[in-house]
Ligand binder design. Structure first.
Ligand code: 8Y7
Length: 273
């Protein structure tokens, strides 16, 4: 069982986490979701399209993106979370700032998606003091510079050790295992070869005993393989999500919810026979 605030999932079928960016510099959406109203409308469409969870983010963490102040991030995400009160799916807040986590949880979020794996001072306590779920993600370096020289001896082992250590820290802080998911962090301080190693070895993370989340949607590794621009990576993204699920991912974080949900319907139907 996966506990996400008042929501629970048995994970007998993979979940689709739909991405809602409330950032003017979001490359994948071309900055279309600037206003809270637009983001709310987009979120509602993603639910209609089959999203099981919504991930609301107010600061782009792509390589080279600008850092956003806590106040600006709050201004962006809080109106959206408040505007989505009463929806049928849990809201995840994509942030590494404890102040944003706390305010988002008060406003109704049920999950924290933290690319910093609760390493920021105070972050463990905020999540521990709630009933929210958390996604602990691996990254190497800081978003601004992480793609400059990513280096590992063995990327799968090193990412696995990091995630095991952060799971332990979360559990010691009082976050029950049922509330934790882990994520190797595709593209976060990784070369194409590293990302491919992680996808090939994704099943290994399943042995850590909590659900695995995979985020490959529209990422540059898909561009490197297909030669397609970011707006033209839907097929590559859907296939990648399915390949991650095939290797044990329980949650896929995607932009193209409708197409991904279709792919997973085929997967689910095939597995029910
Ligand atoms: C991921 C993510 C991003 C991911 C998790 C993008 C916020 C870059 N990627 N969170 N966030 N996993 N958990 O291309 O892979 O969406 S931002």
């Amino acid at each position: 069982m996966f506990h996400c605030g008042k929501f629970q999932f048995d994970l007998s079928r993979p979940l689709v986490m739909g991405i809602v960016n409330v950032t003017p510099d979001s490359f994948s959406d071309g900055g279309r979701h600037l206003s809270a109203g637009d983001a709310i409308a987009h979120a509602m469409k993603l639910i209609e399209d089959g999203a099981d969870i919504l991930d609301i983010g107010g600061e782009s963490t792509r390589p080279g993106a600008a850092i956003v102040s806590e106040q600006e991030e709050l201004d962006r995400v809080l109106h959206v979370i408040e505007g989505l009160r009463g929806i049928s799916v849990p809201i995840s807040v994509d942030t590494y700032k404890p102040g944003v986590m706390r305010a988002a949880l008060v406003a109704g979020a049920s999950m924290v998606n933290d690319i910093n794996a609760l390493q920021t001072e105070g972050a463990l306590a905020v999540v521990a003091g709630s009933d929210a779920a958390v996604c602990l993600m691996h990254k190497q370096g800081k978003p601004q510079t992480m793609q400059e020289q990513p280096a590992y001896q063995n990327v799968t082992d090193e990412v696995g050790n990091f995630l095991r250590e952060r799971m332990a820290a979360a559990e010691i802080a009082g976050i029950a295992r049922e509330r934790i998911v882990i994520d190797p962090g595709f593209g976060f301080g990784k070369t194409l070869a590293h990302n491919l190693d992680l996808l090939r070895g994704l099943a290994a993370f399943g042995t850590l005993g909590v659900p695995v989340l995979a985020g490959l949607s529209r990422k540059s590794m898909l561009g490197a393989i297909t030669g397609r621009e970011v707006g033209d990576r839907i097929a590559a993204s859907v296939v990648s999500a399915l390949l991650a699920v095939q290797r044990g991912a329980s949650i896929v974080r995607v932009h193209d919810v409708r197409e991904t949900a279709d792919a997973l319907k085929i997967w689910n139907t095939l597995n029910e026979g």
